[in-house]
Design a protein around this ligand. Structure first.
Ligand SMILES: *[C@@H]1O[C@H](CO)[C@@H](O)[C@H](O)[C@H]1NC(C)=O
Ligand SMILES: *[C@@H]1O[C@H](CO)[C@@H](O)[C@H](O)[C@H]1NC(C)=O
Ligand SMILES: *[C@@H]1O[C@H](CO)[C@@H](O)[C@H](O)[C@H]1NC(C)=O
Ligand SMILES: *[C@@H]1O[C@H](CO)[C@@H](O)[C@H](O)[C@H]1NC(C)=O
Ligand SMILES: *[C@@H]1O[C@H](CO)[C@@H](O)[C@H](O)[C@H]1NC(C)=O
Ligand SMILES: *[C@@H]1O[C@H](CO)[C@@H](O)[C@H](O)[C@H]1NC(C)=O
Length: 488
């Protein structure tokens, strides 16, 4: 880490000199490139050295000076070959075939392992024009330096569930302890989920199938980042995951930007981005169209900022929960969703908890969300239950401090546009609304009355439809209770 910082400082200083004197720029650049070239020559000598290796680095000494390193989120990766980063090309250096048929798992895994040993900036390049068939794989860190996977080609999963190891059907591509990793490019990651969705054990829409969470029904998450800090995912298209497209779990510092995620509206459990036990997350400029939650936020998620995200058509909207299943404790705090568009989805912005849990959801802001024919645009459901018989319990995850501001558009009039179903035992408190305007999508439908159960809060401006069912103030004998119920 300190070494990396030193390198960064050194490079910044170099860049400054470059700006002042072109001659010294050339010398420094050449020295950098020679350094990396030497490393490559050594490494590649054990593999297939050849013209590819030479041409790969040949351009470097005369390439323009590297821009000063930027810590700005979302700064574009240095183009492979143009900066100081060493490039590990999975085709040219590691023998990947890239025809979509040959198994390229080992080539890509080896490229990762070698790049991960590089104490500088390593770029694993999966170039455009190739399709890499990759079986379930774990990319493990921590790495010596920082690694970027530049994916401009396509990565595809095996399409037949039978091709997966019997004991390892829950993840496809896993990043474990990969601190500082960046996965970016203009490429495609295709989970080939079709045959998984068709498994008889899956819940199918309109058929009331079994839960879809049964052990026999394990399906892989396409991309799982596990215990990894400072992770960036940018620019890619990810489609047809057998299950969740992304899952971030046990991470600190996640930047997701410019993704396009898609799978059919009928595909079960294909959440776009799932976050749990993870803090400091930015999800920006991303479009999700799928069969389940657009973004789902689980227990232990904190400090999430979601901006410029488009959900639908199809799917279940942006969801906090479900939380508190089987009496578990769940804490979610400080979530902002800003400038979102949600189209033809079952829900807009939702908080859902089971009866009988504990913990809290607090400091949640939904700001400027446009709804287009959404079934439940604004919903808190503390009676979430997959069967018909879930008993009311005496505890619940406490929901408090949720604001809805600038929520406009249309809803599918089969259910009320605003639904606050809070627990009997634990009310929702400090729920605020401002600039909410929701009209039926079909002009013939009458405006549905908001539903409230045991909810406290207020509307700062008149809303459409008017919300007259919120209780004022704080519940009696609860002012003290609330702070002890909150996680933080
Ligand atoms: C993330 O990176 C920043 C800057 O490189 C560093 O200061 C910070 O400690 C890292 N955070 C974590 C959780 O590793
Ligand atoms: C949450 O993640 C941290 C690592 O960031 C891990 O140590 C901890 O065990 C995780 N907790 C749960 C409940 O998964
Ligand atoms: C809330 O989360 C944002 C990041 O989304 C962070 O910048 C901010 O500091 C957090 N606020 C608190 C009070 O922790
Ligand atoms: C959201 O989009 C607006 C308009 O394009 C842009 O100015 C803003 O920076 C974006 N937000 C984020 C967090 O990228
Ligand atoms: C639980 O409570 C809600 C709200 O009071 C009520 O509508 C529902 O019927 C109750 N369910 C059971 C199983 O008692
Ligand atoms: C109510 O919630 C808002 C966030 O929506 C928060 O800023 C405020 O402090 C809360 N008020 C109380 C009394 O807890």
């Amino acid at each position: 880490m300190e070494l990396a910082a030193a390198r960064t400082r050194a490079r910044a200083a170099i860049a400054l000199l470059l700006a002042l004197a072109v001659a010294s720029a050339f010398l420094c650049g050449a020295a950098q490139a020679r350094h990396h070239h030497a490393k490559h020559t050594k490494r590649n000598s054990a593999r297939a050295p050849g013209p590819a290796g030479a041409s790969r680095h040949g351009g470097r000494p005369v390439s323009p000076p590297a821009p000063p390193p930027s810590s700005a989120p979302g700064a574009p990766a240095p183009a492979p070959g143009s900066g100081a980063a060493a490039v590990y090309d999975v085709v040219k250096d590691f023998g990947a075939v890239g025809d979509g048929v040959a198994d390229d798992t080992d080539a890509i895994k080896t490229a990762w392992d070698v790049a991960c040993q590089d104490d500088g900036d390593g770029v694993v390049l999966a170039a455009a024009g190739y399709s890499f068939l990759v079986h379930t794989t774990t990319f493990t860190g921590p790495c010596q330096g920082s690694v970027t996977i530049q994916l401009d080609g396509t990565i595809v999963a095996p399409s037949d569930p039978d091709k997966w190891p019997a004991n390892n059907k829950r993840n496809w591509l896993v990043f474990y302890q990969t601190h500082g990793v960046a996965l970016r490019g203009a490429g495609l990651i295709d989970g080939k989920g079709q045959k998984w969705w068709e498994l008889p054990c899956k819940a199918h829409k309109g058929q009331g199938g079994s839960s879809g969470h049964g052990g026999s029904c394990d399906s892989p998450v396409a991309l799982r980042f596990f215990n990894s800090n400072n992770v960036t995912v940018q620019g890619l298209k990810v489609q047809n995951s057998p299950e969740f497209h992304f899952r971030f779990d046990g991470c600190r510092g996640v930047q997701v930007r410019g993704l396009s995620i898609s799978s059919p509206a009928q595909s079960p459990n294909t959440d776009g981005i799932h976050v749990e036990n993870t803090s400091d997350v930015l999800i920006a400029d991303t479009a999700v169209s799928n069969g389940d939650d657009c973004v789902s936020i689980g227990a232990g998620a904190m400090n999430l900022h979601i901006e410029n995200v488009t959900c639908g058509p199809g799917g279940h909207g942006i969801s906090i929960g479900s939380l508190g299943k089987q009496g578990t404790r769940a804490c979610v705090a400080n979530v902002t969703v800003r400038n979102a568009v949600i189209r033809q989805s079952d829900n807009g912005v939702r908080i859902k908890t089971w009866q009988g849990g504990s913990g809290s959801v607090s400091a949640v802001a939904f700001e400027n969300v446009r709804m287009d024919a959404v079934r439940n645009p604004i919903i808190i459901d503390q009676y979430y239950c997959l069967s018909k018989s879930c008993d009311n319990a005496t505890t619940a995850v406490f929901v408090s401090g949720v604001s809805y501001a600038g929520i406009r558009g249309t809803y599918d009039a089969r259910s009320p546009p605003i639904h606050f179903g809070c627990s009997d035992a634990v009310p929702c408190t400090n729920i605020t609304l401002a600039d909410v305007e929701l009209l039926p999508a079909s002009s013939g439908d009458t405006v549905g009355d908001p539903f409230c159960w045991n909810v406290y809060g207020s509307a700062a401006t008149p809303t459409v439809p008017p919300v007259s069912c919120l209780n004022d103030g704080v519940p009696r004998n609860f002012a003290d209770g609330s702070s002890s119920l909150k996680c933080y």
